[in-house]
Design a protein around this ligand. Structure first.
Ligand SMILES: [Zn+2]
Length: 140
């Protein structure tokens, strides 16, 4: 599979945004998760009338990817409404870090002007809680 560049991955996130189910917030978000084998898994936010059951675009992409057998990822692009800078929420940062324990997962976002910016999950969630923390606990 040919490698995909940042702009193309963001374009797939924007396409996924079109499938968002956001009748309550009307805040549509799309994501495109790049697996290490080159597959791109889309995600979009899926809201629910029971607001707490809502799931973000980033996590729908992770869940769909894992269900399809992917466990290692190199990048995720996140596309929100035009004109605002949007990054992943804290819960999504934690979920992304689960599958990028070395912190190198690239996170692509757009600024208010639409320019793509790259950071890493380690920069967005330093000192993330991880399996190492569980292993070192006494669990009592
Ligand atoms: Zn989120």
């Amino acid at each position: 599979m040919d490698p995909i560049d940042d702009a193309a991955l963001m374009a797939q996130a924007e396409a996924a945004r079109g499938f968002a189910h956001a009748p309550y917030s009307r805040f549509r978000v799309g994501a495109a998760l790049l697996a290490d084998g080159g597959a791109v898994i889309p995600g979009c936010n899926v809201e629910n009338a029971s607001y707490g059951a809502t799931i973000c675009a980033e996590r729908t992409a992770v869940v769909a990817a894992v269900a399809a057998g992917h466990r290692r990822f190199t990048a995720i692009a996140i596309a929100g409404p035009a004109g605002i800078a949007l990054g992943p929420c804290g819960m999504c940062r934690q979920v992304l870090s689960e599958f990028a324990p070395d912190g190198s997962l690239r996170v692509l976002t757009r600024d208010a002007a639409g320019a793509i910016h790259a950071t890493t999950i380690a920069q967005l969630l330093p000192a993330a809680f991880s399996a190492t923390d569980l292993a070192s606990s006494t669990r009592d």
